[in-house]
Design a binder for this molecule. Structure first.
Ligand code: TYM
Length: 329
């Protein structure tokens, strides 16, 4: 059986990118594998949330995991900061993570550009914390979106380096996983790039229908194709990519034909896309609200999850300490 680990940062609420890039696969994987899914609240500290915001976001994302169909009786659902073995392993891995490789990481370079006044050590060592999250359970599969590929590569580097340094075959080499298909990248509707909270272009699972219609109707398009069967420019391809994940194959085919024969009306396509997104998100939104109002239930699930996660994490850390040479006299 595979051991699966994945997480999502607690930076507010989940958007369609998180769902189709990661959460959907968490749900698909939970029955056939030993799964650990968590809320990465330590990771979210790089941007210094207030205590209220941090607490609210963790609760929100936890409720969203459950609303999307993660079953706490089957998978282990927990909050990263409830498992102190993770920061211990992070500290140990940092001793063999080198400045050059951390500085070369694309997500670090992006952050230097987007938040030049807050280039903190947590940002630099983000990949070692992520590696600790994964190898603390000796996972071999990690369901993530395309943007996390490099972090997974670094995880393999750190795991392999530990094994070589101590001449052991202890940590497996975990791989990013999407059921044999390419990793997913859900675009934003602002013309280029991925959908993301910090990109300011996200459609959230908990958005009201009115907000979704407004966001989709504002999506960037162009003057329309002038010749049949031309490749689609990025903003248009993005509309189709989103449609591919929320609409029926017939609907996608309908608009594809209209595009290829140069008679597409983007207004009609956006209206349809908005309604298909709403049909998908609205039952989730209601379930999220329902679960959020049940704090007792959320607390119980989180406590049980932390217990199960710590059982596995403490087994690993005990062996790691022994391998490194931290032994009782
Ligand atoms: P985060 O919180 O940015 O995103 C969580 C998950 O959602 C996926 N995702 C997307 N997939 C496709 N298209 C998009 N537009 C899109 N936006 C987000 C991400 O690929 C990710 O799978 N470092 C991680 C969190 C993390 C983690 C881990 C993941 C911490 N420790 C250990 C796996 C294992 C992150 O920032 O993801």
């Amino acid at each position: 059986m595979n051991t699966v680990v994945s997480g999502i940062r607690s930076t507010g609420k989940l958007h369609l990118g998180n769902y189709f890039g990661a959460l959907k696969n968490f749900v698909r994987m939970q029955h056939e594998n030993q799964c650990y899914f968590f809320i990465a609240d330590y990771h979210s500290l790089t941007t210094h949330p207030t205590p209220e915001n941090l607490h609210g976001s963790v609760k929100q994302v936890f409720a969203e995991y459950l609303a999307c169909g993660l079953d706490p009786e089957v998978a282990t659902l927990y909050v990263q900061s409830d498992v102190p073995e993770i920061p211990e392993l992070y500290l140990l891995l940092n001793m063999n993570a080198y400045l050059g490789e951390l500085e070369r990481c694309t997500s670090f370079k992006d952050k230097i550009r987007s938040m030049p006044n807050n280039v903190n050590a947590g940002l630099l060592t983000y990949p070692t914390l992520m590696a600790a999250d994964i190898i603390i359970h000796k996972a071999n599969k990690v369901p993530v979106g395309k943007d996390q590929e490099q972090h997974l590569e670094m995880t393999r580097t750190f795991a392999g380096r530990f094994n070589r340094l101590y001449k052991v075959d202890f940590f497996p080499q975990p791989v990013a996983y999407n059921f044999g298909e390419q990793l997913v990248k859900i675009p934003g509707l602002d013309g280029s790039g991925k959908m993301g909270k910090s990109e300011g272009n996200a459609i959230y699972l908990s958005d009201e229908p009115k907000a979704i219609r407004k966001k989709v109707m504002k999506a960037v398009t162009d003057g329309g194709p002038t010749e049949p069967n031309q490749p689609k420019p990025e903003p248009i391809q993005n509309l189709f990519t989103l449609m591919n994940v929320v609409s029926s194959a017939d609907t996608v085919e309908f608009f594809n034909e209209k595009y290829n024969s140069c008679v597409i009306r983007y207004g009609d396509m956006k209206k349809q896309l908005a309604e298909d997104i709403i049909a998908f998100t609205d039952p989730l939104r209601l379930r999220i609200e329902d679960i959020l109002s049940n704090t007792d239930y959320l607390r119980k699930v989180a406590e049980r999850g932390a217990e199960k996660a710590r059982e596995s994490a403490s087994r690993t850390i005990k062996e790691v300490r022994n391998i490194i040479g931290f032994k009782p006299f």
